[in-house]
Design a binder for this molecule. Structure first.
Ligand code: NAD
Length: 642
């Protein structure tokens, strides 16, 4: 193939990209050829390292061949793109985990697909002309080819900044952001490559490296961290629009060019990736969820049209900057059911036999997601409820017999203890009992001890994210239990959620959950009473939101779940306070925090007051069945003495 040269020169497996006229843009065939060479050389004892370079001065590789994607998309063939990305990502993952050194020389532009080849090896060499970027949001994609892994690992909020603005990094910037390792004078590259082809090892690269100098981005790190720390692109835009510095203006201009849907999903993917379960496999999987839908449902066709077909550079995006509904983001990032991404390394649990007990508002969609992911799920609920794809059983013990994992999603600790008494004797030794309900810490610890006696692994893993998160598979799990139990549960967390944090021993997950919800109860009340006060002071609610959402009164209650109808992102307030998260559930969780505080003699006056107010709201003020943000109309209707 004339677009790429693959050969062995001495101990070096050599790959040279040879489309300089097209800035070495990556074609499907080039991807497949690189993967085949990597597979061949992996166990070939005569190959010591892989050296990748590219012809021409202008670019190592400026991206993928998007013209072909467009041509296929216009003809209604969206599968071509899906196949291309799946094969490309598998190749990217192989470079990332290759057992031999992979050395890349990145002159000029390295962008998009070029990052997937050039920036995952062990020695990523940059020089004076290097300009590295992830510009995908400009054409309606998201940073992919494993780029989100590096964006999630970049210092501070640099990842969100680079991923949404498509800023071009210099050599020093790329080293700062983790896209490159060594700065070497480009005049020295041919000599180094020749030495690698004739027996030298990678130590010569370190010896030739120069000081990259100050990274231009370093000067903006404080502003980047300040403005890009929000939860959503809306937060980022709001923050930037309150700053009249040149940096903020330039950044807003860059963001205004890019697809709002792509930027929103980029920020969401980076946030989901940060944390202990960060891995290349997870990054590629999340990217694939978006890219596999991008031609058909995203802005990609329009982005390519405007960029390289009509070249009018005036794409008409589906959404405006601040108003990408969170449901649309979730939909683009749902697990892919048909033909999910398969990397060679096995990253997901083998199909497991799962017993699911408690198929209520939360449990039913969680169980359905597990069944959809290919697990064999049997369910039981005393109310006789079922879930899509889940086989119904008649008793809790029946779902536990033979199960690899039993998951509970039950109303409280007393029910959990009762169910555990029934299922533990029926479970196989070494199987996992995973309780995702919110229960008291003592119940979690008691069930953990009973499980240990029965030779069963146990983890408490309560969730946050509500019914929406349960359906979309975007829950956050906070887990307690042994390291082994957490590891065993991780592939299931990946199906049901976006993030799992191992908080410590059994009970630590419940402790994290009740502490979180104690803060949530108190901040929601504080947010609601502040809105009611603002009303009486004649302060416009929208202005109040604009100020507080980017000032020190910022919180999840204000920014992501604003209790004032019509203000901020969509929330239950916009739907007549239909839950959402019902006030009586908040009473339950605040009660658990006070029960725990009493048990360990912790002073929690704010939590106690929040419980008293929510209890009064539910029991005496018609709050039952209303979302917990309905505290706002409650305060609105009251004065200081009522
Ligand atoms: P739910 O009441 O809708 O579901 C609980 C289910 O458990 C019901 O269907 C009930 O019939 C079943 N059940 C009760 N006793 C049982 C038994 N002995 N055997 C089998 N099934 C039994 O409640 P939910 O909203 O799904 O919440 C479940 C858990 O998740 C609770 O602990 C809750 O605090 C927690 N949680 C809920 C939310 C939310 O937004 N709803 C958010 C986070 C956490």
């Amino acid at each position: 193939m004339s677009d790429i040269s693959i050969r062995q020169t001495g101990p070096a497996g050599r790959i040279t990209l040879m489309r300089p006229g097209a800035l070495n843009a990556l074609t499907y065939d080039m991807c497949l050829a690189i993967e085949a060479a990597l597979d061949r050389w992996r166990d070939d004892g005569s190959i010591a390292h892989i050296v990748i370079d590219a012809e021409g001065e202008r670019a190592f590789c400026a991206g993928g061949d998007i013209a072909e994607l467009y041509a296929r998309g216009i003809a209604g063939d969206f599968d071509y793109g899906r196949r291309f990305w799946a094969d490309e990502y598998r190749m990217n993952a192989k470079i990332f985990s290759y057992p031999k050194p992979v050395i890349s020389f990145l002159q000029g532009f390295t962008m998009g697909g070029g990052v997937g080849i050039g920036c995952h090896g062990s020695h990523r060499i940059v020089g004076e002309s290097s300009r590295i970027a992830m510009p995908e949001c400009g054409i309606g994609l998201i940073p992919d080819v494993g780029g989100t892994l590096m964006l999630a690992l970049a210092p501070g909020r640099l990842g969100e900044y680079l991923g949404t603005t498509a800023t071009r990094m210099t050599a020093a910037d790329a080293i700062l952001a983790g896209f490159a390792d060594l700065m070497i004078d480009e005049a020295a590259w041919p000599g180094l490559i020749e030495a690698l082809e004739t027996g030298a090892d990678t130590a010569i690269l370190e010896a030739a490296a120069a000081d990259p100098g100050a990274a231009p981005l370093e000067a903006h790190m404080a502003q980047i961290d300040r403005h890009f720390g929000g939860e959503t692109v809306g937060d980022i835009l709001t923050s930037l629009s309150h700053d009249d510095s040149d940096f903020a203006r330039d950044t807003l201009k860059a963001l205004s060019r890019n697809s709002p849907l792509s930027m929103a999903c980029t920020v969401e993917v980076i946030h989901r990736l940060r944390g202990p379960s960060l891995s290349m496999a997870k990054a590629l999987d999340l990217e694939y969820r978006f890219t596999s839908r991008a031609l058909e449902h995203g802005d990609l066709m329009e982005g390519i049209r405007a960029a390289i077909i009509d070249k009018d550079r005036k794409p008409v995006w589906q959404h405006a900057g601040r108003s990408v509904p969170s449901a649309v983001i979730s939909k683009m990032l749902m697990p892919v059911r048909d033909n999910p991404l398969k990397l060679e390394e096995e990253t997901t649990m083998k199909k497991a036999k799962i017993g699911f007990i408690g198929l209520g508002n939360m449990g039913a969609p969680m169980a359905a997601n597990l069944a959809r992911a290919g697990h064999e799920v049997t369910g039981f609920d005393t109310a006789g409820t079922t879930a899509e794809g889940v086989r119904a059983a008649q008793t809790a013990a029946a779902v536990a017999t033979d199960a690899d994992v039993v998951i509970c999603m039950l109303p409280n600790g007393a029910v959990l203890r009762h169910v555990a008494d029934e299922v533990l004797p029926a479970m196989k030794k070494g199987a996992l009992l995973l309780d995702c309900s919110t229960v008291d810490v003592e119940a979690a610890r008691a069930v953990a001890a009973a499980a240990e006696d029965a030779g069963v692994q146990f983890a408490d893993a309560p969730v946050s994210g509500g019914i929406g998160g349960a359906s979309a598979g975007t829950l956050t799990f906070m887990a307690g239990g042994t390291e082994a139990a957490f590891r065993a549960a991780t592939p299931l967390f990946d199906v049901m959620g976006q993030k799992a944090v191992h908080c410590g021993e059994a009970g630590a997950g419940q402790a994290a959950k009740i502490c979180n919800n104690m803060i949530l109860g108190a901040t929601m009340i504080a947010t609601c009473e502040a809105f009611a006060l603002a009303d009486k002071l004649g302060l416009d609610r929208a202005r109040m939101f604009d100020v507080v959402s980017t000032s020190s009164g910022y919180s999840w209650s204000m920014n992501a779940y604003c209790p004032a109808p019509g203000i901020g992102p969509q929330s239950p307030a916009d739907n007549g306070y239909t839950p959402g998260f019902a006030s009586e559930l908040m009473v339950k969780d605040l009660g658990l925090s006070q029960q725990a505080a009493e048990a360990v003699d912790a002073d929690t006056p704010m939590g106690a007051l929040a419980l008293a107010l929510y209890r009064q709201f539910v029991e005496n003020e018609d709050g039952k069945g209303k979302d917990f943000s309905a505290m706002l109309p409650r305060f609105e209707a009251r004065g200081r003495s009522s």
